[in-house]
Design a protein around this ligand. Structure first.
Ligand code: GDP
Ligand code: CA
Length: 341
């Protein structure tokens, strides 16, 4: 069995770590490929930074800082202090010393002509990811910018990282812009993984700036809709809240309620269309099946009537066991669709 996951950073990494555990126990023959959001990537201090890819790399390698929730375990910040003293990096974005090693290696390889996919392949050679393979959603640079109102009237944009990290997503976003999107293409590794997939899982990740960015890469939505495999989504929203992080601020910016049912309708049933965002046209839908938390059981019947096979299960990934149980539930929801069709 070949399992493909679409994932952002923290929610995606927790889910994939749980899925890897479920596969070890119950499906030892299965392979896991992860298509990772690159919309949060940016250039800082002359280095290319890829936060979501690194969250997955470090978490699956057992190198992540569990206390902080991001970055490397045992990290120090001596170089960061130097960079900030020179004014090369802002005080609101710290690059740890060990983390800088990854960024320097990545940038060196990119500068010597390697694609981001090749860079990711080289980075994961060093660590044992337990058989999981990571693929950037695209090799093209598509950095997310956020448009906000200016004090003096009018509006201006800032890089997603500044909006997210410096302003904690508290500046009301007028809209998101994926700069470079029109010319971008899905990575070859992502497309090959989708073609071979037996089940596709949309992880409980930010529906706007993680999953939304992946599926808006030209060609990606068509590639997803072309797979024979069932597509199962897991809600990142539980009982009207974003669990961890600030996904609610992103949903508000595109006019979607912070609600497990509203996110399912944003993605849309594969037999129909997703919700239109802003002035854009409605896009063809993605979901065969959807998991909501037991606290959201009230939305199940309505979503089923809309053509999305929905079930309510515990969605909180508190630890490895609960994440593995959730991943297994997603897998079974997909396999049930496969045998039903
Ligand atoms: P980021 O790139 O680090 O922001 O991470 P993601 O794109 O993966 O999305 C983070 C989102 O994942 C959070 O805002 C939550 O909505 C969701 N999330 C995080 N932890 C959990 C969890 O335990 N259960 C569920 N269902 N969703 C979660
Ligand atoms: Ca992210």
């Amino acid at each position: 069995m070949r399992i493909v996951v679409l994932a952002g950073g923290v929610g995606g990494a927790r889910f994939v770590r749980g899925l890897r555990e479920a596969v070890r126990w119950w499906h030892p023959e299965a392979a896991i490929d992860v298509i990772v959001n690159t919309g949060d990537d940016w250039w800082l201090g002359g280095l290319r930074i890829t936060p979501d890819l690194d969250s997955l790399l470090y978490t699956l390698a057992g190198q992540n800082d569990e206390q902080r929730g991001w970055g490397r375990v045992g990290e120090s910040e001596r170089v960061a202090a130097e960079l900030q003293a020179y004014g090369v990096t802002p005080e609101w974005f710290t690059l740890g010393d060990l983390d800088l090693g990854t960024h320097i290696a990545r940038t060196a390889w990119l500068r010597s002509g390697a694609s981001l996919s090749e860079v990711v392949a080289r980075l994961q050679q060093r660590w044992d990811l337990g058989g999981v393979r990571l693929h950037p959603a695209t090799d093209d640079e598509v950095d997310t910018h956020v448009w906000v109102a200016s004090d003096a009237g009018g509006e201006h944009d800032l890089h997603f990282q500044e909006w997210w990290t410096r302003y904690r997503a508290q500046l009301p976003a007028l809209r998101f812009e994926q700069r470079g999107l029109a010319a971008a293409r899905p990575s070859a590794g992502a497309l090959a993984a989708l073609e071979a997939a037996d089940v596709v899982i949309i992880a409980p990740s930010n529906p706007v700036v993680s999953i939304g960015t992946i599926v808006s890469i030209p060609g990606m939505r068509d590639a997803l809709r072309a797979v024979a495999a069932p597509i199962v989504g897991v809600s990142p929203i539980i009982a009207g809240a974003a669990v961890r992080g600030m996904a609610d601020a992103c949903l508000a910016a595109i006019g979607v309620a912070t609600d497990a049912g509203a996110v399912a309708r944003l993605y849309g049933p594969r037999s129909g269309v997703g919700a239109a965002v802003g002035a854009g046209p409605a896009q063809p839908g993605l979901l065969d099946a959807w998991l909501v938390d037991e606290a959201d059981a009230a939305v199940v019947d309505g979503l089923r009537a809309d053509g999305i096979a929905t079930d309510a299960v515990p969605l909180w990934m508190r630890d490895l066991d609960s994440a593995a149980a959730l991943a297994e539930a997603a897998l079974q929801a997909g396999l049930a669709r496969r045998s039903a069709s």
